[in-house]
Design a protein. Structure first.
Length: 345
């Protein structure tokens, strides 16, 4: 009997071949769906995940087009409007043209200032929240990219090669997981000299925060990738590629890695909100983004003295963080359920 003329290149192709062979005659083509088609149909049925996905897209678009939105609906985020603020109580007037009417505990929301203005400075809160989204999403996405790239590379090496390579990488994971990340970030951001690597000001701080989050969080995804790789390296399509003389590099990056895309994407989606909270926490503690550049965490820190006299100031940036983190988490949960083979179709 002659050898088969074609060997499936991946686990997904192998599963598709099995389905096509065993499917009973007369069944519709929809029964022979790929894994991605099945996952997409499950995701579409998950209304919470779909709504969260729409919110995520809107948040990203709002951050990207913040300058345009501010031009239409707001004011420059660093523009001071002291004429709107009561110099004694440092919160906005009810009517700046009639100061005798007193101050407005809700920030003077109006068509000119959609979310009101900050106490003390009078800066437009709507504009600062939009520009703060740029910082939060930029840091979160870049840090996640670094974390995923490093964790995937080391995890797949540890899982496939095994032996001393696996031992060294696994012990490195344990060491990195033992770092008190928040304390280390506070200490490192505070001592990095200006002008390092040609960066200054907030550019340097963003670079340091991205490095800290990405470099010290890679063991989490590396463990997931290592475990998946240990399973995949024993699959038939890997054995077939090895028997045909494929190199380790080909097997790692052409056979195994494509089958790791799903868990990597799901984990990255769940990691982004964690990084948003981490950046906000650093800015809240005063070691993140420097003023006057807007940051949600810094806005919360500045709102603490006014939580009784101007509660809106703490509500809006807090709500921005809450909605963003919740949307990413719910969307990530939906992706995880959609790609889970144990989920009923």
């Amino acid at each position: 009997m002659s050898a088969p003329s074609h060997v499936p290149e991946s686990a997904e192709q192998s599963d598709a071949v099995d389905v096509a062979v065993t499917a009973p005659a007369g069944r519709s083509d929809t029964e022979n769906r790929s894994l991605r088609q099945i996952a997409w149909q499950r995701l579409r049925r998950d209304k919470v995940a779909m709504i969260s996905g729409v919110v995520v897209v809107l948040l990203i678009l709002s951050a990207v087009f913040a300058p345009l939105l501010v031009k239409w609906f707001g004011h420059p985020p660093t523009q001071f409007n002291q004429d709107l603020i009561d110099p004694m109580r440092r919160i906005p007037y009810i009517d700046p043209e009639n100061p005798e009417l007193g101050v407005d505990r809700w920030g003077g929301l109006s068509g000119d200032h959609l979310l009101g203005v900050e106490p003390t400075t009078g800066r437009d809160l709507f504009s600062r929240i939009l520009y703060g989204a740029q910082i939060s999403l930029l840091v979160a996405f870049l840090a996640t990219l670094v974390c995923v790239a490093l964790g995937t590379f080391l995890g797949i090496l540890a899982g496939y090669l095994g032996g001393w390579v696996d031992t060294v990488i696994s012990r490195a994971m344990d060491i990195f997981l033992a770092f008190p990340l928040m304390l280390f970030a506070i200490a490192l951001v505070g001592v990095i000299p200006e002008g390092m690597l040609g960066l200054q000001g907030n550019g340097l701080r963003i670079g340091v925060i991205v490095f800290i989050i990405g470099f010290f969080n890679w063991p989490y995804i590396a463990r997931i990738v290592r475990g998946q790789t240990l399973s995949l390296r024993e699959r038939e399509f890997v054995e077939a590629a090895r028997s045909l003389g494929a190199s380790n590099r080909h097997i790692l990056f052409r056979e195994i890695l494509p089958n790791l895309v799903t868990p990597i994407v799901v984990y990255a989606t769940l990691l982004i909100p964690t990084n948003i909270l981490f950046e906000a926490a650093l800015s809240f503690l005063g070691v993140g983004i420097n003023p006057p550049t807007p940051s949600w965490g810094k806005m919360l820190s500045e709102a603490v003295p006014f939580y009784q006299t101007a509660p809106y100031f703490i509500v809006f940036p807090g709500l921005a963080i809450f909605v963003t983190v919740l949307a990413f988490n719910l969307f990530g949960d939906g992706l995880r359920d959609a790609f889970d083979p144990k989920t009923s179709d």
